[in-house]
Ligand binder design. Sequence first.
Ligand code: IMP
Length: 194
Amino acid sequence: MTLLVVATGNPGKLREMQAYLENSGWELTLKPEELEVEETGETFAANACLKASQIAKVTGNWAIGDDSGLQVDALNGAPGVYSARYAKTDSERIARVLRELGNEVNRQAQFVCAVALARPDGAIVLQSEGICRGEILHTSRGNDGFGYDPIFYVQELQLTFAEMTRELKGSISHRGKAFAALLPQLYTLSSSES
Ligand code: IMP
């Protein structure tokens, strides 16, 4: 099996990514902890490409990168690519979004995830994007997941992301959709590589 370096340092995202890529035909390995890629892109896709490409070049292996975040309609898409940097901790980030939304009636929002696969020379060979629509609650609900999960409510399931099992969240989430879209091509590539 060919080695695939996963370009993330976020343990919550890593657990989800490992589950999605378990049967992808690639042998997954984590990026070296000291390798940090600055997310200077203005879109999720640009940041996913930056991460995959730089980690591939530095390690000399295939690499997969993702970038994701929350976009709140009434906040003109904020926090967007700044989701991870919106405040110091998850609870402070949630508090900031709730403060900025106030009593706004339109609480529509979406999570977006972009994924990119880079060859060992850094060239991007595959890209995908997944979106999951939901609503921002007035207060947190649920104890699982990470990030903005406790305030992101999915109407069809009547649950927040933080109230879902990992499997259920993965079946409808932005990240689940982005990885599912990539899997068939990842299989094909892995068989031509090995
Ligand atoms: P990234 O590591 O640059 O992709 O940052 C993504 C940030 O967006 C995370 O740190 C979270 O704050 C937020 N985020 C992305 N995906 C999720 C999710 O599935 N649940 C909750 N928060 C998420």
